[in-house]
Write a protein that binds this ligand. Sequence first.
Ligand code: CTP
Length: 340
Amino acid sequence: KRRGKKPVRVYMDGCFDLMHYGHANALRQAKALGDELVVGVVSDEQIIANKGPPVLSMEERLALVSGLKWVDEVIADAPYEITEEFMNQLFNKHKIDYIIHGDDPCLLPDGTDAYALAKKAGRYKQIKRTEGVSSTDIVGRILSAFKVVKSPKSSDMDKLDSKNSTSCEGSQPKHCHAHFLPTSRRIVQFSNCKAPGPNSRVVYIDGAFDLFHAGHVEILKTARQQGDFLLVGIYSDQTVSELRGAQFPLMNLHERSLSVLACRYVDEVIMGAPWEVTNDLDICIPGHCLSLKDIIICPKERKVCKHSVYIPLHPYLFQMPFICSFCVMLTKKNVFGHKK
Ligand code: CTP
């Protein structure tokens, strides 16, 4: 923030359905264009009218956006189009200086630009859209995984494998559609780049964190409240496949790591953490080895030693199972009607 000057307030809106690291990266770039970032989460009705039904509810999308480290304020039920009335509300009530959107065209059903008025007023700025990920692409991955679950005949698996053979190399599960590999710069951009202090109590929690959802935000928040520094272990793609089936994870290790890193409660991640947390507590982060004062959080059945704690899942998680995001998707019939 510039000394003595009023903070520059920027506004970015969006559907943020099945929130992914492309959305997180857009909000990161938006925040860098000002001092305070206000995010408008578009209402279910407006998404239905302009794009087709969203997979996640308003409540879930709000929880995900609010959990991002770059977001200062959220506006629920924002309009899809920046109308004159809403623009004046942004300028006068919310003291917004600039309205920001990705460099992809955002058109209304009649073909006009949703940001035309903001552009005309000279209060529009653009950020670069992140290639290689979209909500539509993620819905495609869920549907492919569902196909594999429904008909696990080897011929179907073979078809899927050959279709994806160019993008699924190394340790990635054969089913995986992701093309994404992050650069070290992107990881640094998402990271807090802070180590725990000498006396901080480190909290360790591990998991797959596939299809990062509102339940994850909730559990990470609870975990962070147990200590001073939250270290998150993210299982390798191979470990997730072994635990949940060959069609998982839907997001690869790098994608899952960026989603977790973007969460405001997370200080550091281990990319490819082991399933077993041994009694020697031999998980190290630079400058810090887990010690007796630290806390390991894990499910009841995996209690690893007397220093670990079990955090009963937040009531919200009962509505949205923490264990399997995939089941959540399948119970939402509208996933099949989703369109870009
Ligand atoms: N965005 C981005 N990179 C992506 C996806 C989205 O920079 N890969 C940006 C959009 O340009 C927009 C904001 O994130 O400024 C919110 O996007 P949203 O309204 O949720 O929808 P889409 O742009 O359609 O993205 P998606 O299909 O992934 O939902």
